[in-house]
Design a protein around this ligand. Structure first.
Ligand code: ATP
Ligand code: MG
Length: 527
């Protein structure tokens, strides 16, 4: 059986995984059963990008708002009628927590009657089989996948299939969703689904779409990896004009969105996670009037998206001003300024900057200046013991990079000259060899913990074990001597030399070759 928890752990970004932990802790403390559902499960199994985390709880998540905030999440929207809260989790991870519910559609075009339900019932109200799965995150059943409609098989077959014949009639926004998923995954609709889809189109079911669903579908465009392709498909199917009567591909800044998605990918490859949503919306609607844009924004339930979209130009202008000013007078200062800016603003400015100098600086930041990092002499730094174990290492590495960026360290020699004063003192010399009985006793004690159970330590080998054993303060597994009833004190060197004994304790033995060879000496001497 597939291990879905393992698959989830390797597929989610570290921030998303932390987000799962956060939501799980809050739900558990409140005694609510929690499931990862919908698109998150589909994408975990299929290998596509997981853009947001959909959770379902058996209970009312609106009651958990304060707990989520205390745990570090931001509430970005609340939908009271379906008892759903939208969260922004630390590190740009988006999530939605819904109440497990049934939906009874009594009248075409009217919102359904919502009732609390079990997760099994909830899965029956979903749109497509690939979205109707739930992964238990509860103690006792954690990792159990609920897949009543065989969504896994449809993922394997790459098919979009509705759950029942009335699906499009009940909720015509599923027509738009079907097109969006077909465009995103390049998967076809299953044959009978296609027939129902055609009939729904013919019957103009879409006229009965709920306003709230329109808002959801507009917002969903913001998070597509290839929004242009999706918008083109929506236009072709006649759905774009449902989202706004005057929306066509002509309203889209095609060049802008193409450049945006390219730069976004470039930033993702560099390890950034910019939320491109607001910028995507900006370009998708660039040729609309302000009034039309405001109308579209009014329909979007996620106010954080709307605000960021509204403010994007002003924030970019502010950043551009700073990039042109004294604050970014040198490459190193520009680097620091851009590193501290929000990645989404760097992304947006990269494709919209009107000033050539700004454009060039951002380009350098994303490409040329990264190559300067390769000039940091890492092997020599290791030799100098300037390694990440040093508490001051991040600062040293940062400073050397900044100096290299500004051309202030022009050669390797200059760089090493700069680095040398930061090298920690070398390890102390080996302890003086002892003679006579005391030396024998010390060497025996030193060799004892190195010995494997039942075997005496081989001559001259196991230097690392010997290092550990000369450190009386180092907690070690019971030695053979201890097992035989000897007290650990008895096996200690008769007269421990404080310096030699303290060293391995303060510096892990594995760090330096010189450490271990230093410790080999007394053993060799003895023998
Ligand atoms: P995306 O990757 O775009 O987030 P998604 O499938 O997760 O895709 P969401 O809008 O996040 O879509 O919705 C989460 C889940 O809620 C869906 O997977 C689906 O199970 C359910 N859902 C959303 N909209 C509908 C709908 N109109 N009808 C039925 N179920 C829906
Ligand atoms: Mg989703």
């Amino acid at each position: 059986m597939a291990d879905y928890i393992y698959t989830m752990e390797i597929r989610l970004t570290p921030d998303q995984l932390k987000g799962v932990g956060l939501v799980q802790d809050v739900a558990r403390a409140a005694g609510m059963n929690l499931y990862l559902t919908g698109g998150a499960i589909r994408d975990i199994i299929s290998g596509f990008t997981i853009r947001d985390l959909d959770f379902t709880v058996q209970g009312n998540p609106l009651k958990l708002q304060k707990d989520f905030e205390k745990a570090g999440a931001k509430i970005t929207a609340v939908e009271e009628d379906i008892r759903t809260i939208f969260l922004s989790l630390p590190g740009n991870a988006r999530a939605e927590v819904s109440m497990a519910r049934t939906e009874r559609f009594e009248k075409t075009g009217k919102p359904p009657i919502v009732m609390p339900a079990t997760i099994h019932e909830d899965l029956r109200r979903r749109d497509f089989t690939i979205n109707a799965m739930a992964l238990s995150l509860n103690e006792g059943s954690r990792g159990l996948l609920l897949d009543p409609f065989n969504g896994v098989a449809d993922i394997e077959a790459k098919l979009i299939r509705i759950l029942h014949n009335y699906s499009f009639l009940e909720d015509p926004s599923r027509l738009i969703r079907a097109t969006r998923f077909a465009a995103r995954f390049h998967w076809p609709l299953e044959e009978r689904t296609q027939a129902r889809y055609d009939a729904a189109k013919e019957g103009k079911y879409i006229d009965h779409i709920l306003r709230s669903s329109v808002g959801h579908e507009i917002a969903a465009l913001a998070h597509e990896d290839d929004p242009l392709n999706v918008v083109r498909m929506l236009e072709k199917e006649g759905w774009l004009e449902i989202l706004h009567e005057r929306w066509t591909v002509n309203k889209v800044d095609v060049n802008g969105i193409t450049a945006l998605m390219k730069t976004r990918q470039q930033m993702v490859d560099l390890g950034y996670t910019p939320d491109a949503g607001p910028a995507v919306m900006y370009f998708l609607t660039l040729n609309f009037s302000d009034k039309e844009i405001a109308d579209i924004q009014k329909m979007i339930p996620r106010k954080d998206l709307v605000e960021a979209w509204r403010d994007i130009e002003d924030h970019a202008k502010e950043l551009a001003k700073r990039v042109m000013g004294k604050e970014a007078a040198t490459p190193s200062r520009t680097w620091q300024l851009l590193s501290s800016a929000r990645p989404e603003m760097v992304l947006f400015l990269a494709v919209t900057a009107k000033q050539q100098s700004v454009e060039q600086k951002i380009k350098n930041y994303l490409t040329k200046w990264r190559q300067v990092q390769q000039k940091i002499p890492l092997p020599e730094m290791t030799e100098l013991l300037i390694t990440p174990q040093l508490p001051e290492y991040p600062k040293i590495a940062h400073d050397v990079f900044m100096l290299l960026l500004d051309g202030k360290l022009r050669s390797r020699t200059e760089t090493l000259k700069f680095l040398k004063p930061f090298a920690p003192p070398p390890p102390p010399p080996p302890p003086a060899p002892r003679r006579g009985r005391a030396a024998k006793a010390a060497a025996e004690a030193a060799a004892a913990p190195a010995a494997q159970p039942g075997k005496p330590g081989p001559k001259g080998k196991k230097a690392k074990g010997a290092v550990a054993s000369t450190a009386p303060a180092t907690p070690a597994p019971p030695t053979k001597a201890e097992a035989k009833g000897k007290t650990p004190e008895k096996s200690k060197p008769a007269k421990p030399e404080p310096k030699a004994a303290a060293k391995p304790d303060s510096k892990p033995a594995k760090k330096t070759a010189s450490n271990s060879s230093a410790k080999k000496a007394p053993l060799k001497k003895k023998r």
